[in-house]
Design a protein around this ligand. Sequence first.
Ligand SMILES: C[S@@+](CC[C@H](N)C(=O)[O-])C[C@H]1O[C@@H](n2cnc3c(N)ncnc32)[C@H](O)[C@@H]1O
Length: 265
Amino acid sequence: MHRMEEINRRTWSNPLSRREYRSSTGFINEGERVVFEIARNRGAGARILDIGIGGGRTTGLFQPVAADYVGIDYTPEMVALAQRNYPSAQLENMDARDLSHFAKSSFDIVVFSYNGIDSVDADGRKAILGEVSRVLKAGGTFVFSTFNRNWHGFGEKRARSSIVWSNDPLKLGFRLVKHAVGLVRERRFAPLEQRDGEHAILLHRAHDFGIMVYATTPEQLRSQLGESGFDSDPMLFSVDGQLLRGETLPDEEYFHVVAYKPALS
Ligand SMILES: C[S@@+](CC[C@H](N)C(=O)[O-])C[C@H]1O[C@@H](n2cnc3c(N)ncnc32)[C@H](O)[C@@H]1O
């Protein structure tokens, strides 16, 4: 298992990282709104599995339209946070790599929002795609987003977050310390990057360089989906909601995906 597992798990359970998910609501961008609408229109009265719920942002978006909604996350602290935000929702502590708790073909829609699927290594990704395909009904929809391996911010000149100025010395001091922690982490984790395989494992600036992500290209994504029992021609959307065609992506950090499990003929 790649060391990203330990790095990412530590970040998700860190109270400072969790603060960012404490009360977020709505869509992260227009692309997400478009793909969520597509999923919701395909599945009125659907049984929905929402993976990697964090603080429950997507629980607020999907629970009201589902006939049956289950949200899961492998970070117990996130499940507790989401449950506080949505007391009536069915939320479970579960790893997407093992969905054996659910029967085959039991959901119409599966969601894994905000690049959560990229938190695991290549074996983990294969396991997640296989498990999602197993629990989806024939004709079901899998909606997720995933990092673009060719985004310039993953290149030689790595994208970094800048320090936001504050006149409050305490706030400013806190931001400076966080920034310094990020620089130390960048030095430690950058050598763990892998760029030369079928996939790439890359360091991301989020949470002060506290996250390593699996990044892909449309060609790789299509073949992975095909191998896992999905239609190998998913719909891809930019963050501003444009349908993307062909192999070339705009120079954006990530893209949204609507993948289908073929209907029974
Ligand atoms: C970037 S956060 C997104 C949170 C939320 N979906 C949102 O959009 O606000 C990713 C979430 O995915 C969860 N996660 C990552 N890998 C997971 C896995 N293998 N199984 C279940 N949850 C996972 C993390 O614990 C974290 O809460």
